[in-house]
Design a protein around this ligand. Structure first.
Ligand SMILES: Cc1ncc(COP(=O)(O)O)c(C=O)c1O
Length: 508
């Protein structure tokens, strides 16, 4: 509510602190998704201060604020140098999704009439979103069931005259493996089609892992046939959120991503991104992070990340009932369970111990699993993490798999969701033990408002009354296993419809 009279800053900050008490912690390494921690507070502090310094500069008009042009040039140049094509043109964007949106738009506008995007099933949904927004069509291609890398013959078979863009990931998020970029880019080039490498995760990581001794295959703009690449600085660049770089093979393709309009009587619009007015804070935060870590800093973070990933994968393989999916080549580890050890139950148990492991639902023949993003801070706590996973696996074995009420998935799949208003939907959820009431949201201090990989808050689960109550750590995770098990039993379209309804109820 808007107060009648202005409130003092201390009061406001105290309220923010109280609200944040229910959040997952962004530092410390106990949350294995969403956040990237160097373990070096001085780096994050430099970013915060630079962010605040540039917060009010508006990137809407580069002629009005040349400071942002200078910063963007530096950041883009650093990315181009790291990613195989020094001097390549680029755009600083707000994140992976926006970089991907612009790469897809550039491809669409570069090849009028071609409306298809050939996409491995492990690629990020940002491509589906871009296709949805831009009126294009996704042509899904399978991945190898053992390595989880995109199938090259399937890509080859999927490309045709209507293809605007072929995509490879370096790495894909679900199993952290790098698609065969060289082969895929060669297919695209031989058919005169553009090829985007989604290196949102790996762009600012793989080069350092390679220096640390990892066998990283060629994946960047130096590979013949690759025409654009996205690299998120707010992931392994360790910059504050709102920072990604999209690079293009040439300026002509970059111009296809731009948008200009003079079709109104106001100021002329020249936009490099989806957004128009936007703060230069994220750009300055990213620039400061790069400058304050330098090559040496990133090299060291790469080394510790590689060591932590290897130790983690090895440790998990030794835990009965668990297995690692694929061969984690980067810094992402996917842990599958077994009939005896249900990973959704395991995640709840880990949550009870103060750790967040991200559930990933089964899809395209890939089993449900838990995702772990290893970052710079992980190595110092890797034994503690392994201990928590081992204890949680034991507890999950004792509890048994999450039960899906008989007939519930079929019932949900048969519902006409459009015929239900949000209140009825919430009531229906409550009747099967899932509390979606708005009172569950913003309940600072109970420590149970985390968000899991399905987009459902932990507060949505039944029987989570025994939360830690300290407001500082992850919640108790008492009930998400049942919710995840039900979602897992539903087809993807029904999951999506349910998630949209959940979001709508959350903001009711
Ligand atoms: C491979 C990959 N691409 C794109 C994205 C989207 O990035 P963002 O959340 O910054 O929009 C992600 C996010 O995790 C990702 O893992």
């Amino acid at each position: 509510m808007l107060p009648e009279y202005g409130r003092p800053v201390n009061d406001l900050l105290a309220e923010l602190t109280a609200l944040k008490a229910a959040d997952l912690p962004v530092r410390g390494g106990t949350v294995t998704a969403y956040v990237y921690d160097t373990g070096r507070p001085e780096v994050h502090d430099a970013a915060h201060r630079a962010y605040a310094e540039m917060l009010e500069v508006n990137m809407l008009d580069p002629t009005a604020f040349p400071s942002m042009v200078a910063l963007e040039r530096q950041v883009v140049a650093a990315a181009a140098e790291l990613l195989g094509r020094p001097g390549a043109p680029g755009i600083f964007t707000s994140g992976g999704t926006e970089s991907i949106m612009l790469a897809v738009k550039a491809a669409r506008d570069a090849r009028p009439g071609a409306t298809r995007v050939v996409l491995p099933v492990t690629a990020h949904p940002a491509f589906h979103k871009a296709a949805h927004y831009l009126g294009m069509e996704i042509v899904p291609v399978p991945v190898d069931p053992v390595t989880f890398r995109a199938s090259v013959p399937a890509v080859e078979a999927a490309v045709d005259d209507r293809t605007a863009l072929v995509v490879a990931s370096a790495p894909s998020y679900p199993q952290g493996v790098v698609d065969p970029v060289e082969e895929i880019a060669a297919i695209a080039a031989s058919r005169g089609v553009l090829c985007h490498v989604d290196a949102c995760v790996g762009g600012w990581l793989l080069p350092w892992l390679r220096e640390a001794g990892a066998a990283v295959p060629p994946f960047d703009l130096g590979v013949p046939g690759v025409t654009s690449i996205s690299c998120d600085l707010h992931k392994y660049g360790y910059a504050p959120k709102g920072a990604s770089v999209l690079l293009f093979r040439d300026a002509g393709l970059r111009r296809r991503a731009y948008f200009a309009s003079a079709a109104w009587p106001g100021y002329t619009i020249i936009n490099a991104t989806v957004q128009s007015s936007r703060s230069a804070g994220p750009l300055a935060g990213a620039w400061a992070t790069l400058q304050s870590l330098g090559r040496e800093g990133y090299r060291e973070l790469g080394r510790t990340t590689l060591e932590a990933t290897r130790r983690l994968a090895e440790g998990i393989r030794a835990i009965p009932g668990l297995r690692v999916l694929g061969e984690p080549e980067t810094s992402l580890v996917a842990v599958a369970g077994s009939p005896e050890v249900d990973v959704f139950v395991l995640a709840d148990e880990a949550r009870r111990l103060g750790w967040f492991l991200q559930p990933q639902l089964s899809y395209a023949g890939i089993p449900a699993n838990l995702h772990i993003t290893v970052t710079g801070v992980t190595l110092s706590g890797v034994d503690a993490m392994l201990d928590v996973i081992a204890r949680s696996a034991e507890a999950a074995r004792a509890r048994g798999p999450a039960a899906v009420p008989d007939g519930l998935p079929e019932l949900i799949a048969s519902l006409d969701l459009d015929a239900l208003d949000d209140a009825t939907f919430a009531q229906l959820a409550a009747s099967v033990g899932i509390d979606l009431g708005p009172s569950r949201v913003g309940d600072a201090g109970t420590g149970d408002r985390g968000v899991d990989g399905t987009g459902l808050g932990d507060g949505a689960g039944p029987g989570d009354g025994g939360g830690q109550g300290d407001g500082g750590g992850p919640g108790d995770g008492g009930g998400m296993a049942a919710v995840n098990a039900v979602l897992d039993a539903l087809p993807a379209e029904t999951r999506e419809a349910i998630l949209v309804r959940f979001l709508s109820v959350m903001y009711a």
